[in-house]
Design a protein around this ligand. Structure first.
Ligand code: ZN
Length: 358
């Protein structure tokens, strides 16, 4: 598992150092440039506690058998990249809720530590870490994606309706509402905090709201797309294929396909194994009077690993396979290696669009 630190984090560490410098000076005067070092040290400790939060997500995911790709620390905290996703609402709940709980536990631990820490620079740091972890923990429980609380809400809606995509959409809208509230926050500040907002407040609200709105919107979009995926089944979308030998004139191959009422042509090598899948667009682009002089394989794609798919592939696996090897035609084979037919990517697109308009 990789732990990555984005360059934007360095910017925030520097910002924290500068913002904390006056406080460091007040608690421990005469440090000179050392007050910035103290600020950076605090920023490092802060991000180590963010790392603990992310590690808890990662460990819980691993416990459920989900491989963890990486943990990335960026300016607004961190993100744990998990391959696939929990397969039950209970697991989704477990993986997401453990992060905020970890932050709250770390915050409470620092709070307890504060009572035995002597006054001075150390107690400033401990108080800061206690406060920051409690804030991170509580804010992350706000029920809107991409926050952890959004995933908790997603798990709840999933559990109640049995539909994970509906859970994502509800939690995504939760995230959009949270983003709007964040955007309005500077205007509420005079009432709540009795302090007029300054430029920095507006800027921070805008950055955080944009981050939340973007995360929420992409979650909603991907849920809408993925909801349509199970309808995509290669076997049902396939075209019947006619098999022709190498070097057959295209005109003859097309005639045989028409006779057999097949929507696609597969070229077989001397050993009877498929060597090419004919590209429909290339056939249509070849004028009829030239077709007798064009060998069929010259308008076909060579059969290679990525364009041979099992006939029973469907849904997300199908889309992933098509993304891994983009092609206009795929050869569908049965488990015994025999040819079932040809899957035309345009047909998949059409079925996908049709499923969405249903
Ligand atoms: Zn989290």
């Amino acid at each position: 598992m990789d732990v990555l630190v984005r360059p934007s984090w360095l910017l925030v560490a520097a910002l924290i150092a500068v913002l904390l410098a006056p406080q460091v000076d007040a608690v421990q005067p005469g440090l000179g440039g050392g007050k910035y070092v103290a600020g950076v040290a605090f920023a490092v400790l802060l991000y180590l506690s963010v790392l603990l939060h992310e590690m808890s997500h990662a460990l819980m995911a691993k416990r459920y058998g989900l491989p963890v790709r990486s943990i990335t620390l960026h300016f607004l905290g961190g993100v744990t990249e998990i391959e696939g996703e929990p397969d039950t609402p209970r697991r989704e709940f477990g993986v997401s809720v453990v992060g905020p709980l970890t932050s709250i536990a770390v915050g409470l631990a620092f709070l307890a530590l504060l009572f035995v820490t002597p006054d001075g620079l150390l107690s400033l740091a401990v108080a800061g870490l206690a406060g920051a972890n409690l804030v991170v923990g509580v804010l992350n429980l706000v029920p809107g994606l991409p926050l952890d609380g959004g995933r908790v809400l997603r798990a709840a809606v999933w559990k109640a309706t049995g539909d994970p995509h509906r859970g994502t959409i509800v939690a995504g809208w939760g995230g959009r509402i949270v983003a709007l509230l964040v955007l309005l926050w500077p205007m509420l500040q005079p009432v709540v905090l009795n302090r007029p907002p300054d430029l920095f407040d507006y800027l921070l609200a805008f950055v955080v709201a944009t981050f939340l709105w973007g995360g929420a919107s992409s979650a909603i979009l991907s849920a809408r797309l993925r909801r349509r995926l199970p309808a995509l089944r290669a076997r049902l979308l396939a075209r019947r294929a006619v098999a022709v030998p190498l070097e057959q004139p295209l005109s003859e191959a097309v005639r045989r396909a028409q006779d057999a009422q097949a929507g696609s042509i597969v070229v077989l090598g001397p050993d009877g194994r498929p060597t090419h899948v004919v590209n429909e667009a290339a056939v249509l682009a070849t004028p009829a009077d030239r077709r007798p002089w064009v060998p069929v394989e010259s308008v076909a794609r060579t059969v290679e690993a990525g364009i041979v798919l099992p006939a029973d592939i469907s849904g997300e696996a199908l889309v992933r396979a098509m993304q891994a090897t983009p092609a206009t035609e795929y050869l569908l084979v049965e488990t015994d290696g025999s040819i079932f037919g040809v899957l035309v990517s345009g047909d998949v697109d059409k079925a996908f669009t049709a499923a969405g308009s249903r």
